[in-house]
Design a protein around this ligand. Structure first.
Ligand code: ATP
Length: 295
């Protein structure tokens, strides 16, 4: 009997493994054939940039119908200006950026760039117009220079050099034996959070998009790295319409407008000085961060 039991038991095991593999394959094929949520509308037009004025008009949005995340949000980012968004974790800051890049469609209201509703324009032309500097940049296992240039294979050597200079990467690169040919990524040189963000800034400069989204790293950087990023950002912001998602208020005191968000609603907006004078939520957050910085 035992002579029969072992082979039958083994056959059972093989059968279960094959069934599991087939189910995995089925799920994978299901994913591959699933339609993307966001696609071009029929007759979608190319975005025509005049001066990159951004407008959110009564925007309502939820990731799921059961929970509203952004409520009746209206604001303008005037062409060429720098707008910062602040608020507690979960207030909806990153969601704003995701909606502008059209990772999701809004439930009601409109988001317009130079008067064109982003749902009526091609995703390609929309995303070409926006450069994103994410919180945590992915670096490929290749040289720093190739990492900067990968989004623009046609960039000239002079353009790459200019982006490196503008992103304040020159002192860091000069300190390396192999300069911008130094290998980075998982198998190369370990690059700090601040250096990574500056590499992302250089990529954004090379992309030559009129709109910039900058998602400030949540993790605290040393003050030298933070200053280098701020300097780089100031240069870039000069010729972009920028939306900065900020966690440290000290980095955005120079923004033209600061939007203060609370649980998906815009509760205050104005310049740093105006918001301090208002003595509301922003002033409270400012006091708190100043006290934390001293301790
Ligand atoms: P943080 O400062 O922590 O980055 P935030 O202000 O950027 O926060 P969001 O990331 O915009 O906040 O999130 C707003 C709300 O939406 C949160 O309650 C979050 O849990 C929810 N949320 C974010 N992404 C998703 C998602 N993909 N699916 C469902 N809910 C989400």
């Amino acid at each position: 009997m035992i002579q029969l039991f072992l082979p039958l038991n083994f056959l059972g095991f093989v059968y279960r493994e094959i069934r599991r593999a087939l189910t995995d394959l089925e799920n994978m094929l299901g994913l591959l054939t699933r339609k993307p949520l966001i696609t071009d509308k029929e007759n979608a037009q190319q975005l025509t940039i005049q001066n990159a004025n951004i407008e959110f008009k009564n925007v309502n949005f939820g990731y799921h119908s059961s929970r509203a995340i952004l409520k009746q949000l209206s604001f303008t980012i005037k062409a060429g200006s720098k707008v910062a968004v602040v608020g507690a974790s979960g207030a909806g800051k990153s969601t704003l950026a995701r909606l502008l890049y059209r990772f999701y469609d809004i439930n009601s209201g409109a988001i317009c760039i130079d008067g064109q509703d982003i749902r009526n324009i091609t995703l390609h032309s929309l995303r070409q117009a926006i450069a994103i500097v994410p919180q945590d940049t992915v670096l490929f296992n290749t040289s720093i220079r190739e990492n900067i240039a990968y989004g623009r294979p046609d960039a000239t050597a002079a353009e790459i050099d200019h982006a490196i200079e503008m992103a304040h990467l020159t002192p860091f690169i000069s300190s390396l034996d192999k300069g911008d040919q130094t290998l980075v990524g998982e198998r190369g040189l370990k690059v700090s959070g601040g250096e990574k963000q500056r590499i992302a800034i250089a990529r954004a400069i090379l992309k030559k998009s009129p709109i910039l989204i900058f998602d400030e790293a949540t993790s605290a950087l040393d003050s030298h790295s933070e200053q280098a990023i701020l300097n780089a950002m100031r240069e870039v912001a000069n010729n972009h319409t920028s939306l900065v998602i900020a966690h440290r208020l000290s980095t955005i005191t120079d923004a033209d407008t600061i939007l203060v968000m609370q649980a998906g609603e815009l509760v205050e907006q104005g310049s740093h000085t105006q918001l301090l004078a208002l003595d509301g939520e922003y002033a409270r957050m400012w006091q708190l961060q100043q006290t934390q910085a001293k301790n």
